[in-house]
Design a binder for this molecule. Structure first.
Ligand SMILES: [Zn+2]
Length: 265
């Protein structure tokens, strides 16, 4: 266990004081509640270099599948892929509606780079070197490009006001520097652009009932555990309004989906 001085500050409000939630902190990981704003986060995440090579999601996901008793790698994987593809198709309808046909859209944590509909021009940021190579080839063929790096650093390399839309799909729960990436998104977005965010819903009924076995817990990949309220708060601090997309299902939904717009000044 690390000493308190090595712990990460609250990613939402920068306060240093936080209290460990013991039920959700399997050794050596420490998940804590911010004493000031109640944001829930992993206090001792690995650094970017370790994530790049050791904790890339595709490796941890496959390891989990390999080790799960009585299941095969392929059938759950195939089911998961089918579910994800359907999900992307539905969400792409919204992306085209929100960001416009031909819109430049940045997908942060883009994986293999095939999430965005053909009518959008895809750009991406991907930390995993293996996934980045595939995403870049895919996106260049469609007039965009993928940059390899950490989201909170790399987003500052794009021109201000460059994008019609920014997508953070199952990404922000992995990002240690929440405010830095949201402020970077605000800068990189056109004034009438939008940011779509999908993260696990820490307030979900499932988490309350299942507790430590809830699917939203992943150590050490997930470093932030958002509620609609805490997500709205960090978005406001970065200059955004928040519109809830999955309004009807939120209480029983394991994920929160929101659309951010720039606060008009
Ligand atoms: Zn806080």
């Amino acid at each position: 266990m690390l000493d308190q001085s090595a712990y990460r500050h609250c990613p939402a409000c920068e306060a240093t004081g936080s209290t460990q939630v013991n039920a959700y902190s399997p050794d050596p990981w420490s998940v804590a509640d911010c004493d000031t704003c109640s944001f829930v986060f992993l206090r001792n995440p690995p650094d970017y270099e370790a994530l790049e090579e050791d904790f890339a999601w595709e490796k941890t996901y496959l390891t989990k599948q390999d080790s799960s008793k009585g299941s095969t790698v392929f059938s759950p994987l195939a089911r998961k892929v089918r579910v994800r593809l359907n999900m992307f198709r539905d969400q792409n309808r919204w992306f085209v509606k929100w960001f416009g046909t031909g819109g430049k859209v940045l997908d942060i944590g883009c994986g293999t780079g095939d999430r965005l509909a053909p009518s959008l021009v895809p750009y991406g940021i991907e930390l995993s070197k293996a996934l980045h190579a595939r995403a870049d080839a895919h996106m260049k063929a469609r007039g965009g490009a993928c940059v390899q790096g950490a989201g909170a650093e790399t987003i500052w390399d794009f021109d201000p006001g460059m994008f019609d839309g920014i997508v953070m799909f199952s990404y922000l729960e992995h990002e240690a520097e929440v405010m830095k990436v949201l402020k970077g998104a605000h800068r990189a977005l056109k004034d009438d652009g939008g940011v779509f965010i999908r993260v696990p819903n820490y307030s979900s009924l499932n988490r309350r009932v299942i507790g430590p076995k809830w699917c939203g817990f992943r150590y050490p990949d997930h470093v932030n555990y958002f509620t609609l309220q805490s997500l709205t708060n960090v978005a406001a601090r970065a200059g955004f309004t928040t519109q809830l997309v999955n309004k009807l299902t939120l209480p029983v939904d394991d994920n929160i989906s929101v659309l951010l717009r720039k606060i008009k000044t």
